[in-house]
Design a protein. Sequence first.
Lengths: 112, 113
Amino acid sequence: LAKTTQPISMDSYEGQEVNITCSHNNIATNDYITWYQQFPSQGPRFIIQGYKTKVTNEVASLFIPADRKSSTLSLPRVSLSDTAVYYCLVGAFSGGYQKVTFGTGTKLQVIP
Amino acid sequence: NAGVTQTPKFRILKIGQSMTLQCTQDMNHNYMYWYRQDPGMGLKLIYYSVGAGITDKGEVPNGYNVSRSTTEDFPLRLELAAPSQTSVYFCASSRDGSTDTQYFGPGTRLTVL
């Protein structure tokens, strides 16, 4: 399994763009990169997924460089409601199961 | 669709007691998962199932058992509860096990005293 490394915590002011980088040096060819968001007392929620280059949806963008050894989740103009823990997962289909591991995540605190 | 539902929301057990955490999904997903999350930590996979009648161990299966008799239900059984099992338990499901999105339930907060 590809191990991921993220900052433990980040602070940002409301209205700013936030970039959270995840390192996954031993990512395999078949691995996708997925980000989840978790609010206190709730289960994680899917944000975005990508394989290479850039992916954008209504919530976030995901930037993946050519070597795929890292990825950056970009949250545009954050608000207080974006305060949450963000998990970077790397995994692929293997032996009938998507082998992914949730690390400790990045705790984002948005400040008024 | 209700998505993934879990019962109970909270439970306090005494050491040595047993209980079953219920999980149901109405999305006709093949894959279901049980995770535990200790305070300030990430999620750890306990057991997973790739379909009715098929289950397998995750990272931390000791002290737990599962069964999957139907597509919808995936109960988690705790036998002889121990304080180390105090945690929040999340059930999740996904359409398949490749790279598909996992949908999580609201969680069950369990305390073992």
